[in-house]
Design a protein around this ligand. Sequence first.
Ligand code: ZDP
Length: 280
Amino acid sequence: MGIQFSKYQGLGNDFILIDNRHTTQAIITPEQAVAMCDRHFGIGADGVIFVLPGEEDTDYTMRIYNSDGSEPEMCGNGIRCLAKFIADLEGIGEVNKTYRIQTLAGVITPQLQGNGKVKVDMGQPQLTAQEIPTTLTDGSEKVIAQSLEIADKTWLVTCVSMGNPHCITFVSDACAVPLEQIGLLFEHHPVFPQRTNTEFIQVVKPDYIKMRVWERGAGITLACGTGACASVVAGVLNGKCDRTCTVELPGGCLKIEWSEADNRVYMTGSAEPVFTGYYG
Ligand code: ZDP
């Protein structure tokens, strides 16, 4: 019969969801995850996500492998898919249902909304160099519009952690960025000891930005939820964006709000089932 899985996608960022509620050990190895994510020899996905039992006061635990088998701390599009998957497993159609999910980036709370979208409390961004982590500035300092040499060009980068590391550059035309040539150079630059996700942002209006992303461990993807959150935070820090902003990604739009009241970032967007099957 193989391994039962469900595939979900959020703005074209696609994931294989595994019902792992019966045990605290992930039932798939990183090597198997790489094979399953392969778009020609496998199911095809940007990552594999597990729903494990909750710890302490949380409902469930989320773990994720990137398509290269590495394990990120958090995944914004993935946690919206996970909330939908859990609701489907539990047979819950109820709206406004909120789950407390344990992740390697702390407790994250997605809420199912009446319009089919999922709103996620993504927690507070971390802004110091040591938290991101990067060696671009002194450890206790923020990293705002710092120079970074890549491919014979100087880029002014702002770094933000949403549990996972992001490096953001503002450009006049996001479509013109040669992502396939420079993405890996950002990801593996020695100033990022844990590697980095990289976003290129075109500010159309202070409340509407266009983003293209190179993801750590996954390459070019159609969307990145943590990246959209990090980009709006970077836009506010640079005086380019409003605290409430729509982010247009190749796979669709996310609404992001960096709340002044509680310093937390709220992300709202879609997540949909694609199909269920057995692997192997
Ligand atoms: O930090 C990383 O290694 C990312 N590749 C994790 C996945 C992030 C994701 N694209 C998101 O939406 O936040 C799933």
